[in-house]
Design a protein around this ligand. Structure first.
Ligand code: SAM
Length: 288
């Protein structure tokens, strides 16, 4: 396990993923019934943008740094971005105590900030050091369980949650050659156990063939209500580069497809590196 998200926190892919994640949590809050978010590859929860790792890559400058002035002042965003991004940007502001951008919240912090008193978060992280940081961040918080475990094992064991309502975020590091296959198989197995949950599966757009095979495999699984949202910051086929990322959403909340289209259309010009940038939101399978 060499991957450390501290090098990448707040980059363009995090902005897209976390903005959509925040919208899903807001939709879940529209009903009174409590829900649970299960994050299978959680990271440390909160990232220091002045740490050596973040300074070394500077990736956040091309992501959250472009959305917010780096001294914490908001740049004017075109409609409807302010409304759609407000839960996400409000959480980023809260993680910085309302001051300038020094820290970036990963999903555990973001979700914990957005959920209600009755909702719960299970955050799973296998790296012992990262798990220790995650556990320390939520020490004494009865709404959050930070668990040191293999996320693939958690995925098959923790669904359905006792609330029978909620979201599973699956965000592996893609270090292993077969991680696309593991993602597909792990999701399908979990879905069979809990077909009414919302799932968000993240993947990089680096090797287009792998991303295409994932989408084909999902289509062939026969699972209904699968939406794919992708954003790339340069030509998708640029070799050996992390050109973009995608989120597969199973059972997305009603109208999330429209929100995702508006979000990505607005974010793409801000996050683009060159004229090869683009986005798409497509149903792999609609309702059956
Ligand atoms: N979800 C985080 C975010 O959006 O900010 C980042 C996740 S990062 C892509 C992947 C994380 O998974 C890393 O923190 C890594 O240590 C952890 N990890 C790697 N293999 C794992 C496994 N088998 N089970 C659980 N966590 C794992």
């Amino acid at each position: 396990m060499n991957y450390r998200h501290a090098y990448h926190a707040g980059n363009f892919a995090d902005v897209m993923k976390h903005a959509i994640l925040a919208r899903i949590v807001e939709h879940l809050k529209a009903k009174e019934k409590p829900f649970r978010v299960i994050d299978t590859h959680a990271g440390v929860g909160l990232y220091d943008l002045s740490a050596d790792e973040a300074l070394k890559t500077g990736e956040w400058h091309g992501g959250i740094g472009r959305l917010l002035g780096e001294d914490g002042r908001r740049i004017p965003l075109p409609a409807p971005l302010p409304e759609l991004l407000s839960p996400y940007l409000e959480a980023v502001a809260a993680a910085n105590g309302g001051g300038s951008l020094m820290a970036y919240p990963g999903p555990p912090w973001l979700v914990r900030h957005l959920i209600r008193r009755t909702d719960r978060l299970t955050a799973v992280e296998l790296h012992p050091q990262d798990h220790a940081a995650l556990a320390a961040l939520f020490a004494g918080d009865t709404q959050v369980k930070a668990i040191e475990l293999d996320g693939w094992l958690a995925l098959s064991s923790f669904v359905p949650p006792k609330e029978r309502r909620g979201l599973v975020l699956i965000d592996p590091p893609f270090e292993e050659r077969d991680e696309f296959e593991t993602l597909l198989a792990g999701f399908v197995r979990a879905y069979r156990k809990w077909p009414t949950g919302i799932y968000a599966l993240w993947y990089p757009i680096k090797n287009i063939a792998a991303a295409t095979a994932l989408r084909r495999g999902l289509h062939e699984s026969g699972i209904p209500k699968l939406l794919a949202a992708e954003l790339w910051v340069r030509e998708r086929a640029t070799p050996d580069r992390f050109n973009g990322s995608g989120l597969i959403l199973a059972n997305p909340p009603w109208r999330l497809d429209e929100e995702a289209k508006a979000l990505l259309a607005g974010l793409m010009p801000i996050l683009a590196d060159d004229a090869g940038a683009g986005w798409s939101v497509e149903w792999i399978r609609g309702e059956t």
